[in-house]
Design a protein around this ligand. Sequence first.
Ligand code: NAP
Ligand code: SF4
Length: 679
Amino acid sequence: MSAAHPHASKMDNPYFPHLFTPLDLGHTQLRNRIIMGSMHTGLEEEKNSVEKIKAFYVERAKGGVGLIVTGGMAPNWSGRLAPFACDLIWPWQVAKHKQITEAVHAAGSKIALQILHAGRYAYHPLAVAPSAIKSPISPFKPRALTRWGIRKTINDFVNTALLAQKAGYDGIEIMGSEGYLINQFIVTKTNLRKDEWGGSFQNRIRFPLEILRKTRAAVGKNFIIIFRVSMLDLVEGGSTLEEVITFAKAVENNGASIINTGIGWHESRVPTIATQVPRAAFTWITARIRQEITIPIVATNRINTPDVAEAILRENEADLVSMARPLLADPEFANKAELGRPSEINTCIGCNQACLDHVFAQKRATCLVNPYACYETELTAKPLITSQQIAVVGAGPAGLAAALAAAKRGHRVTLFEKENSIGGQLNIARQIPGKEEFNETIRYFTTQLALSTVTVKLNTEATAEVLNQFDAVILATGVKPRAAGIPGEDNARVLSYLDVLRHKKPVGKRVVIIGAGGIGFDVAEFLAHTEEERDTPTWLKRWGVDREYLNRGALLPQRTAETSNREIYMFQRKSNKMGASLGKTTGWILREKLKKYRVRMQSGVEYKHITDDGLEIVFKQQTQTLMADNIVICAGQLPLLELKNKIRVPVYLVGGADKASELDAKRAIRQGTEIGLTI
Ligand code: NAP
Ligand code: SF4
């Protein structure tokens, strides 16, 4: 790779020199190489949300990001993602956007508007596409665009770009990847047209290039146009490497200022952003395309720390790095990195639980580790009248969040933890293969505690006598595993999930897991996992990604099989889908993984007895005994509340201690923060 690329960085910042080299785009400069990638938040569609959107972006601009790309806006009605999804079509919409761009500029960043036409991914009956082929992820079959419709759509893109320019945006991003309309034109799988917009590759790329050419002609040269190119489609019948290279060169020659990387269509069965994906797993393709073009290129996907971002730039794999979720997790990411304080960064753990899963459920996005995200104007501290002595019991996510928020407001906080380290359930989660990012959350809380006024007492069991000397107590004592209530559950071969994950008790070769919630899946993954598969080439191969790019869509003809040296069964009593409670964007990955490990998952099972041989069950009216070395109970939790009735001062319950049935770090951190801000 050539180090003499025209946008190679120089070295001024002592900590992350490449990341904090400005980028000169001729007519304008970006203050550093950090782009906040486009992310739909749901605020866009809320009524009277300008102040909230403004606050959300201004926090990130103040936090030092070089360029913000907004959530995708449709250029016309048929291009909307959902019936009431956001668009930028009419001149009267400009005033609202102007408020946002002015505020971001005043805070020191640049901002570009993403134009996204959903094509056949639209979740409404007006969907259009190059050809009338239904996508697997929307129930609506699209109508094939007429030739007039194509011309009109091109003009609509130009119209939106001009409105964005009027609204004060520094540029636009044309969304050409992830399987949306433009991508659908490029690939034969979704483009069966026989006219000048289909057939040969030159015809299939005509639509994006016309959009680009006409947009550039309309906006003039002093306006940033980012074009997001799908570099790996990761679907059968996707583009070849040669096609991607030819297209990227054409994008450069037709007026783009920057090329952004798109990885995988939404319907692809390869994880591309989930926590299981190794960090920076796809930058090799950005590096490859960079060799073919001269305009700056952006690396994306699972870049979540300044170290990773710096390495990408240092290794000349890209000229800029795009981070969307990491900027949700910590708006001050850039400033903290620039000042050499990376350990203070609240790192995105790639869980999708509060961002993408919310958006798919039509809820406002936020962040599991940062509940302030998208609630900047709402989740605010109540003014403190008197500083109180507050005891927080339990240093799991709820207790940590409560202690920090209360201390920041001026309370004198003591945090009691009976174990020798902080983290609570996070310490269990982080041991699950693919969930190592939880280590970062523990590191973040450790740093923040050290910077705070909280007095931390580890190895200390708080007694009622001690707690009653405080003004108020926040009980974040967490949960204990719930027994399943199966006759014979006291048999020596029965283990709780804590026996396996925390106490590391030996587990035999044939295992039955009772319960298929998040913990059941975690235990199955933990027990089935045998090999190190976090190195990027191995991981890519296992998920069928063709790094040699010998096949269309960069997919291998076959995925490598997983091997497990255990025979694992996982049961639930309900007759619905296994793992129905898992996140929408990640549940399929966990299910797929366990299938690859040949874990036998069965719903609708009735448990009878546990004996010295194993477990007797009734399934489809047949009684059978499953021989098992161990039976692991993952049947939910009960709150740990022994202290509650002995406390005479005001007491507040947070996290699992409040609702064990909804034990989850997202709720715990949010609830802890809310108590800390209001107590
Ligand atoms: P859970 O999601 O409530 O699942 C409990 C499982 O135990 C269910 O499959 C349930 O199925 C079964 N069960 C309940 N009572 C039982 C009984 N008396 N006997 C036998 N089986 C019983 O609880 P969890 O798995 O402990 O997870 C707790 C929380 O942690 C979840 O809310 C989740 O948010 C979070 N979490 C999520 C993930 C993730 O998304 N990857 C991972 C870990 C934890 P049946 O009643 O049908 O038998
Ligand atoms: Fe990252 Fe999870 Fe927060 Fe989304 S919810 S930004 S994936 S930490």
